[in-house]
Design a protein. Structure first.
Length: 277
């Protein structure tokens, strides 16, 4: 296992045209590989962003999304490890929002189904992911040549217990591919990502969707790479592109020696609920 790694996050603006979206993503992956990235990450909804009906129509059967072959081929061609933030695959009567990790031979070595569904009401915008998607039930820690990579997706970011569990299980890196809304991105994106890095002592890789995708659906962008001390090493803007950083995984141990909070859990009692007056 080596401690030194160049990581790239691809910021895309996926559309309902899956062929064009995949082609643009693959071109960006090749660019990142040419710039010596060894681990490349794509955002949530990597091959397609469309309305619920079209997403369901374009979704593949479990394990057979049409984007799998294209992303496997580009991972094999470029020799990178590739995290495809998510694809939509059929699962029961609904869909799974499924993240895929390909090794440098183009083989899928880990899959993760998003656990926390984005069911929110922001006032001007509201979303009910659970209407069309079924939640996952298992956290995923993938082994890579650089150590453990905890795989999560977007709204999972708001549930710190998941990241603490991944870090305590051996993750030194956390993937958080996302398609954050503009209002929540402006208010919460940076602080949440830096908090997850700081409290776990992990590197955080957060590739993001950006721009307008269909109708009025817009996403925030600002892909981030954050070190275990909470420092932002690279940040994207509001347009498609590639961000990258050279990282030293030795920084994980250094941060955890300074603040060993992952070893300081203590049991505690909760106060009794106040009786309703």
């Amino acid at each position: 296992m080596t401690n030194h790694l160049r990581v790239a996050c691809i910021q895309t603006s996926a559309t309902p045209d899956m062929t064009a979206t995949i082609e643009a993503a693959c071109a960006a992956i090749r660019k990142a590989a040419q710039e010596e990235a060894r681990l490349v990450l794509l955002p949530e909804n990597a091959p397609l962003m469309a309305g619920a009906g079209e997403t369901r129509e374009q979704a593949g059967k479990s394990g057979a999304h049409p984007a799998r072959a294209a992303f496997a081929a580009v991972a094999r061609e470029t020799g990178v490890w590739l995290l495809v933030g998510s694809v939509s695959e059929r699962k029961g009567g609904k869909l799974a929002n499924r993240s895929l990790l390909f090794d440098d031979a183009g083989e899928v070595v880990a899959e993760y189904d998003k656990i926390h569904m984005f069911d929110v009401n922001l006032g001007a915008e509201s979303y009910r992911e659970s209407d069309n998607f079924t939640h996952g039930e298992r956290a995923v820690l993938a082994e890579t040549p650089w150590g453990g990579l905890g795989i999560t997706v977007c709204y999972d970011l708001r549930f710190p217990a998941l990241y603490r569990a991944l870090a305590q299980a051996g993750a030194g890196m956390l993937a958080i591919p996302s398609a954050f809304t503009v209002p929540t991105g402006r208010a919460h994106w940076h602080v949440l990502l830096r908090a997850r890095a700081i409290e776990t002592g992990c590197f955080v890789f957060a590739p993001a969707q950006c721009g307008t995708h269909y109708g009025r659906r817009r996403t925030y962008g600002h892909s981030l790479i954050v070190d275990p001390w909470g420092e932002v090493l690279a940040e994207g803007g509001e347009t498609p592109g590639v961000i990258a950083a050279n990282i030293d995984l030795g920084a994980v141990a250094e941060a955890r020696v300074k603040v060993p909070s992952l070893r300081h859990d203590r049991p505690f009692a909760l106060p009794a609920r106040l009786a309703a007056e």
